[in-house]
Design a protein around this ligand. Structure first.
Ligand SMILES: Nc1ncnc2c1ncn2[C@@H]1O[C@H](COP(=O)(O)OP(=O)(O)OP(=O)(O)O)[C@@H](O)[C@H]1O
Ligand SMILES: [Mg+2]
Length: 246
């Protein structure tokens, strides 16, 4: 579904991505792991169109999207969520999802309509909230949500954009083990319905979810394989996993 070839991005002397190759199969969860600074977020920013690559290509469903701006890629179903939560803190959970639905449907400029009273938008937003386990939190303001709930909401905001390919940058960041296992269950529920590229440091979550893993170190993909193959790979064990994870 997604084919990345030789993707490069340098910030001055730092080669954040240094010739990344990646192939994602439709309906799979593909994890991208690697140490801090390996270039994972930079790769995601290039995939969704926030950062222009210096070289390389990104092909989605056979179409080269390398030069398409972010909004055009989002329309083709490439959607991301952020490593750091980016929600409107003064809005309720429901309003954040309504906003996402409005932006997706191109209705943001209908200033004369009140989106909060639009039963289609509100009903749709409520369904996405229920999907991520926040069915009873719609009226809570974002600032009053627990950290884990914010990440669940962020997922609802991403899902409301009707993505085909979800780019998730550390959805478990900052979570305790209980919140993290709730998010794992949530993502398992999305498996097969979406294609997911999952950047995550929580290896329990990665091994529970991923069909395939790619290991990125200093901007280079050093290995791609199944969870078992990655666990057994000596270079990966020493570079990233550590003996305790194996
Ligand atoms: N906008 C930027 N300007 C300059 N350098 C940057 C910028 N963004 C990233 N970098 C550098 O590029 C390298 C890769 O960073 P990136 O954030 O992609 O890593 P990461 O794998 O996501 O790390 P983490 O696991 O900590 O989130 C790092 O050396 C980082 O300092
Ligand atoms: Mg990152």
């Amino acid at each position: 579904m997604l084919e990345v070839r030789g993707l490069r991005k340098a910030f001055g002397a730092v080669k954040a991505t240094d010739g990344v190759d990646l192939a994602l199969a439709e309906g799979a969860i593909h994890a991208l792991i690697g140490p801090n600074g390996a270039g994972k977020s930079t790769l995601i920013a290039q995939l969704c169109g926030e950062l222009r690559p210096d070289a390389g290509s990104i092909v989605l469903d056979g179409e080269d999207v390398t030069r398409l701006p972010a909004f055009a890629r989002a329309r083709k179903g490439l959607s991301r969520s952020f490593q750091i939560t980016e929600l409107c803190p003064d809005y309720t959970a429901l309003e954040n999802v309504v906003l996402s639905l409005m932006l997706t449907s191109g209705r943001a400029f209908q200033a004369w309509s009140n989106p909060r009273r639009d039963s289609g938008l509100v009903g749709g937003a409520r369904r996405w909230l229920a999907e991520v386990g926040l069915g009873d939190r719609g009226d809570a303001h974002v600032r009053d949500l627990a950290h884990g709930e914010k990440r669940q909401l962020e997922l609802a905001v991403a899902l409301a954009r009707s993505p085909r390919l979800l780019l998730l940058d550390e959805p478990m960041a900052g979570m305790g083990s209980e919140e993290s296992s709730r998010m794992t269950t949530l993502l398992l529920g999305l498996k097969r319905r979406y294609t997911i590229l999952l950047v995550e440091h929580d290896m329990d979550a990665v091994f529970a979810l991923a069909d395939r893993l790619t290991v990125l170190v200093y901007g280079k993909t050093i290995f791609t394989g199944t969870p078992d193959e990655v666990r057994a790979h000596p270079e990966v064990r020493s570079a990233y996993l550590g003996e305790q994870a194996c």
